[in-house]
Design a protein around this ligand. Structure first.
Ligand code: IDP
Ligand code: MG
Length: 153
């Protein structure tokens, strides 16, 4: 089973969307195997957003991501990385399709509610970045036979 990282960004925390977003992932059948609140700092964000540090908007992104504590999630499921990206929608909330998290909750390219790992390789690196050893609980739900066929689980 794949694992992926989701961050409920300050835009989700400040707007009181945490419950609705968690509900979406749970309704889909994804398993929460890690979850905690943490305050991000500049050092960690420069690693996490290394591909964006030279962009003019990076100082705004930094401030935005440090504005409140965030909630980090590790979600587990079949093809979880791709499934969660589909549920997240396009980066810019104005372009994201209705039905996606960004499409339903955001009008912004920056204040776009959630981060989700974009590939399996990124997910592995990002989960190590945000979770310490012992903070991910690899439990198997009793409902697994009602979520997957035998060859999917
Ligand atoms: P992603 O979050 O959809 O993977 P990335 O290109 O990796 O998109 O960008 C990371 C984050 O940086 C975005 O989620 C958004 O918060 C912010 N960002 C990306 N592009 C812009 C922009 O053009 N203006 C402002 N913020 C941006
Ligand atoms: Mg990205």
């Amino acid at each position: 089973m794949e694992k992926t990282l989701v961050i409920l960004k300050p835009s989700a925390i400040e707007r009181g969307l945490v419950g609705q977003i968690l509900t979406r992932f749970q309704q889909k059948g994804l398993t929460i195997v890690g979850m905690k609140m943490m305050q991000l700092d500049e050092k960690l964000l420069r690693e996490h957003y290394a591909h964006l540090v030279d962009r003019a908007f990076f100082p705004w992104l930094l401030a935005s991501m440090m504005a409140t504590p965030v909630i980090v999630l590790c979600l587990k499921g079949r093809d979880a990385v791709r499934v969660v990206r589909l549920m997240t929608g396009a980066t810019n909330g104005r372009e994201a399709l209705p039905g996606t998290i960004r499409g339903d909750f955001s009008l912004s390219g920056q204040e776009n509610i959630v981060h989700a790992s974009s590939s399996l390789e990124d997910a592995e690196v990002e989960l190590k970045r945000f979770f310490a050893d012992g903070e991910i609980y690899d439990w198997v739900p009793q409902s697994t036979p009602f979520l997957y066929a035998p060859d999917e689980a």
